[in-house]
Design a protein. Structure first.
Length: 401
């Protein structure tokens, strides 16, 4: 009988392999940075979300060490029992003040991961079966799962389609309405039309939950993210920022009206029923915020923007598609799973690490290379990537002709 159980699993794995959908992990032997040792080989990486290059920044690393000296390694319990430490409290105050220009009566709440923060927001705001969640078609998996877990109904609106969303809001007689969207779409790099979405939410009395995983620290003159980029301010906004990407450490936060945050503390199960993140992480994040808010953060954002423009200027592709993106996420859509995997493995042979993203993360037939740029890259490194991709695409075109 046990044999049958395992044979069933192995059939599922064989099916994935036959569709070129098996994923494999590579093991990094050095800190997150453009130049890494991976499985023992030197590589130039274009795959992390460490957009400002803070994950291995000496000041952040020193703060993590200091945090461990001050507070130990673990928190010992959930926040509501005894795991809520001084560092967590300080971090929440800093984050609330940072996002305060865009919210009304702002308060912030720190979570272990962005995945959990998204589950928390949607299950707490959408706890009523008579509520409705309006979810953007290309939302991140954690928002999709949060909507599934909520008691509220769910309706999906097409990508960036403000008119379709308005029609859905007009037709709905839900008691509470929650519109939820990524700000920067994680596999495409384009932006949600947040000003138009917020105008709708204010008109129809809906919450606008903005998942700014790829905007926090990067967008806006001060790095406050998508709300600063679009110059928005509203009591309807519920902001989710992640802290393992541009902030370089780990965890996430919600910033919103103080009452929304109080509801999370009282009701959100992904907040209540889990051990608080190690306080040293919160202490390290205070150092990340110092950098993000200061001159160094501004200089790193300016350099990143130069690299984005450089890649745009130097890539000359005919066979593969490049959806319009002005962010650090620069997809190159190849189409088939096999070709995407083949290109990624050829790049890998040249010492370039660019992940091939396949279904179900993206729609079938849109397998892609997901290039991410970060402030720790040099202009020469970006030029090398572009030249390699140009030459390689040219070769494939010629052999296809
Ligand atoms: C990475 C990501 C998350 C999850 O954040 P983690 O802190 O990694 O769990 C949520 N939403 C989006 C859009 C993301 O890209």
């Amino acid at each position: 009988m046990t044999q049958d159980l395992i044979a069933g699993i192995e059939r599922q794995l064989d099916t994935l392999a036959a569709q070129s959908l098996m994923r494999r992990r590579r093991t990094a032997d050095s800190p997150t940075a453009p130049r890494q040792l991976v499985d023992g080989h030197p590589m130039l990486a274009f795959c992390s979300n460490d957009y400002l290059g803070l994950a291995a920044h000496p000041r952040v690393v020193a703060a993590l060490r200091e945090g461990a000296e001050l507070y130990g390694a673990g928190s010992g319990a959930s926040h509501l029992v005894s795991g809520h430490g001084r560092a967590h409290a300080q971090l929440e105050e800093r984050l609330a003040a940072f996002e305060a220009p865009h919210l009304v009566d702002a308060r912030a709440l720190y979570f272990c991961t962005g995945y959990m923060a998204n589950l928390a927001v949607l299950t707490a705001l959408g706890s009523d079966p008579d509520a409705m969640i309006f979810s953007e078609a290309l939302n991140h998996a954690s928002l999709i799962d949060g909507a599934r877990l909520a008691r509220a109904g769910v309706t999906v609106y097409p990508h960036r389609d403000v008119a379709a969303l308005e029609a859905q809001l007009i037709a709905s007689n839900a008691r509470a309405k929650i519109v939820v969207t990524d700000s920067v779409f994680s596999m495409d790099g384009d932006l949600a039309p947040l000003p138009a979405l917020l105008a709708l939410c204010e008109r129809y009395g809906a919450w606008l939950v903005v998942d700014d995983a790829h905007g926090f620290g990067v967008l806006g003159a001060h790095g406050r993210g998508a709300l600063e980029h679009f110059d928005l301010r509203s009591p309807n906004l519920v902001y989710v920022g992640t802290l393992g990407k541009a902030a370089g450490v780990g965890g996430a936060f919600i910033a919103a009206h103080a009452s929304v945050v109080e509801l999370m503390i009282q009701r959100a199960r992904p907040y209540i029923y889990t051990t608080a993140a190690p306080p040293a992480l919160a202490h390290a994040l205070l150092a990340s915020l110092d950098i993000i808010e200061g001159e160094e953060g501004a200089a790193r954002r300016a350099h990143l923007n130069r690299l984005i423009a450089l890649l745009d200027d130097t890539l000359k592709l005919a066979r593969w598609q490049r959806p319009l993106s002005h962010t650090a996420i620069q997809p190159i859509v190849i189409g088939g799973n096999d070709e995407a995997l083949y290109v990624a493995s050829r790049l890998h042979e040249q010492g370039l690490w660019v992940p091939a993203i396949r279904p179900p993360t993206v729609a079938p037939g849109t397998a892609r290379l997901r290039v991410t740029l970060c402030a720790a890259h040099t202009e020469d490194e970006v030029a090398r990537l572009a030249a390699t991709l140009n030459a390689f695409e040219h070769q494939l075109e010629r052999s296809a002709a």
